[in-house]
Structures are given as C-alpha cells and as structure tokens.
Design a protein around this ligand. Structure first.
Ligand SMILES: *Cc1c(COP(=O)(O)O)cnc(C)c1O
Length: 423
C-alpha cells in the first residue's frame, strides 16, 4: 500500500491509482541500479504532495510579484540557507525546475548566443546540456568537446587544457552523467583561470556524495555549481545552482525572469526537507555506503571478466563495456529489466555502435543503498547480472524468469519508503 495513502486518488481516478500502486510495487520488487535514481523519504514525499502546489511565487523572497507569500518566503529561505550551509556555498538558487533548465540558466547568466563553451562529449560521459549537438546548448552556442583518454578511461586533462587555451571558451563544464571517477575540480579551476573562462561544475549525479563527504566538493573551485536534487542527494525532482557571491545576481536573474516563471513551491519545500536529511548524522554514512557498494559490485564484476571503463569506480557509478560478452547494451538491459534488475544501456567511450544501440551498461548504487543493501550482497548482485547477460546472449528466458523470482524474494527483506505490500 502507498503511503501517503491514495484514498482520494482512488475514489477520483481508480485507473490512475492502480498505475501508481503498480509503479510503487515495481520499485519495491526490483534491484534498481539506474544511476540517476533513488528512493525519497516519506517526509520528502509528503512535502511534494502538499497544498504548496497551489501557490504562485514569481520572484524571490521579499521581492515577489504575487501577494500571499507569508509562508512560501520562509520555506524558500530555509531551503536556500540549508543548501548554503550543507555545501558551504556563498549563494544558492533553489528555483530551477530540473537539472537541464538549471544548466541553461548558467548559459544565460554568462554567455551570449554563439559564444564558445567547452564540455565533456556526451558519448564520453558528458550531459546533453554541456553543448551536445541536438541540445539547444549545442545549437545556440559554439560547443567544443573534450573526452576521456583511451588508455585510462579518465577525463583527458591535457586535452581540456589544450582546447581551453586554443578555443578560449567563455564557459567550461566539468562533471557528467557517466563518470565513474573522481572529478579533479582544482585542476579544472586552474585551467579555467588560465583560459579566462567561467568554470561550472555540474554535480547532478554526485551531489549526495559531496554532501556526505564521499567525494571532494567543487565549492571554492568552481564559479558556479549546478545539481539536480533527486539523484544521490535523495530529494524531489528539482535542481539548485550554487555560486560565489560575485555571481549571485547574474544567476538569480537568469533563472527568473530569464528562463522561468513561478517556482514550484511544493518542490522547494521538499528540497528543504531533503537538505535537512542530508545535513543529518546518518547521511555521511549513507554516502560512504553508496561508494562501498559500488566498489564491491565493481570488484565482483571484474572477477567475472567484465570490462569496466577506467577499471573500476570511485563513486556510485559503474560503466560496463559488454563487447567481450558477445551482447550489446540494449538487449542486455532489457533482459536484466525482465529479470528484476533495472539499469540503462549506455554508450561507452569510443563506442563503435550507435547511441540508440550502444555497447555498454550504466549502473549506480544510490537507490539500492537507500533500500539497505550492503557490500555483502554485491557478489550476489554481480552473479545475477552475469547470469542474465549470458542468458541474453543466448536468448534464454528461463534463466531470466528464475532470477526475477529470486530478486523479488531478496528485495522483500528491504523496506521501501512510501510503499509496503499489504499484509
Ligand atoms: C541528470 C543530469 C542533468 C539533468 O537533469 P534533469 O533533471 O534530468 O534535467 C544534468 N546534468 C547532469 C550531469 C545530469 O546527470
């Protein structure tokens, strides 16, 4: 049963309530290894479901364009203060609707159309919004892209420096969506200084690890930091932009009125709750357990002959090149999903295959760590992945079905915030 209960939703729209229950059950039964996903707490769920969704609050606290902000102003200020305290930032904007709009706001704050931006190439682990060709950021700006080294699978800092000095970008992005290794923020900052560029760190994936002390922080190195709030940070769908005091006005103006209308106040409240949780005594332990789980899972996969980009992981994320297993990423991911292991197919660096049918799989341990799985379960998870990947290569559905049953049984021992089977 869902908690908060769906009593009124069920009365109003039973078909929809059924779908929500089914989704909750699906999240409960699966080993969720999608690196960008998590399970939020019941407190965060409750905050997102409040009457705050009824309110319009264009502007910022004390400078709104609508009346009736007696409660919304303190809520947004609380989220801002908690964000600044948690990350040690001079300024925080908690209004971006999600990670992509937050990144677009950075362009609007610092660049004009046609200006040069340098970011990690999408197939090398970067994000669409770091100047990839199909994104507005690649169409409206002159995007130059760096990659990873073929021998190490790690970001090629020599290439970053060479491109930065040759192309003189106004903006440099560090961070991405498929980076299994620690990002060297001081090295990026030095290059940005040398090139006279603004450095933006997009820590969407690793914000929770940074908050919990399990990854170095970009604060103090990057001029601006963008992050989603819903990945390892374990909050609602949303985003934040942190910056130095120097760039505060430019960032705020870019978000509103530059890009957005009214902020989603129910999301702001839920972000405030998530930031409180992330400042609490247990969160550092959570962040470190995420990394320990990823390391243990990587070690078990290596033992089974899997080719991991960069040879392992420093964070929550693992990128597998399946080429030596005789199966492509997509059929493997689909078989794993049927077997109860949810992840995504992904391009690997220098992938000879097409983006919609690439060679790799991307995994992350943020969600399973929230469920309470620990390093002792990781060899078993790796064994299931291996069994199903091999089954996918020979199209053996019997194995897939057997594993699905075993996984349902395992996950029933790990409670999920927001849903439990009806006794
Ligand atoms: C997830 C992600 C984003 C985009 O976030 P959305 O909320 O999906 O728009 C941006 N940058 C990076 C590095 C991400 O991983």
């Amino acid at each position: 049963m869902h908690e908060p209960t769906l009593t009124h939703l069920r009365a109003e729209d039973p078909g929809l309530a059924d779908l929500v229950e089914a989704e909750a059950r699906r999240q409960y039964e699966k080993i969720r290894l999608i690196a960008s996903e998590n399970y939020v707490s019941r407190a965060v769920l409750e905050a997102t479901g409040t009457v705050l969704t009824n309110k319009y609050s264009e502007g910022y606290a004390g400078r709104r364009y609508y009346e009736g902000q007696q409660n919304v102003d303190p809520i947004e200020l609380l989220a801002i203060d908690r964000a600044k305290a948690l990350f040690g930032a001079e300024h925080a904007n908690v209004q971006p609707y999600s990670g992509s709009p937050a990144n677009l706001a950075v362009y609007l704050a610092f660049l004009n159309p046609g200006d040069t931006v340098l970011g990690l190439s999408l197939p090398m682990g970067g994000h669409l919004t770091h100047g990839w060709s199909v994104s507005a950021t690649g169409k409206w700006f002159n995007a130059v892209r760096y990659g990873v080294r073929a021998d190490t699978g790690r970001v090629d800092m020599d290439e970053v420096r060479d491109l930065a000095l040759k192309e003189r970008p106004k903006l440099i992005w560090c961070g991405g969506t498929a980076i299994p290794r620690t990002i060297d923020f001081p090295a990026f900052a030095e290059i940005a200084r040398e090139a006279g560029a603004v450095l933006a760190a997009d820590v969407a994936h690793i914000a929770g690890l940074i908050a919990g002390g399990a990854h170095p922080s970009p604060v103090g190195h990057a001029d601006v930091v963008t992050t989603t709030t819903h990945k390892t940070l374990r909050g609602p769908r949303g985003a934040m932009i942190l910056s130095t005091a120097e760039h505060a006005a430019a960032v705020d103006k870019a978000v509103f009125p530059g890009l957005q209308g009214g902020p989603h106040d129910h999301t702001t409240a839920a972000i405030a709750v998530a930031l409180k949780e992330a400042s609490g005594p247990d969160f550092g332990d959570y962040a470190h357990r995420i990394v320990a789980n990823a390391r243990a899972l990587a070690a078990a996969l290596l033992e089974r002959g899997y080719d991991l980009i960069s040879g392992g992981t420093d964070n929550h994320l693992i990128l597998i090149d399946l080429t030596n297993k005789g199966v492509a990423g997509k059929p493997a991911a689909q078989a794993l999903d049927r077997a109860g292991i949810e992840l995504n197919y992904n391009a690997v660096p220098f992938d000879p295959r097409k983006p919609f049918d690439p060679s790799g799989l991307r995994l992350g341990t943020g969600a399973i760590t929230t469920r309470g799985l620990g390093v002792e379960q990781m060899p078993r998870v790796a064994a299931w992945i291996d069994e199903v990947v091999q089954a996918a290569a020979r199209q053996d559905e019997a194995v897939v079905e057997r594993v699905a049953g075993e996984i349902r049984e395992l996950m029933a021992a790990y409670p999920m915030p927001g849903w439990a089977p009806t006794p």
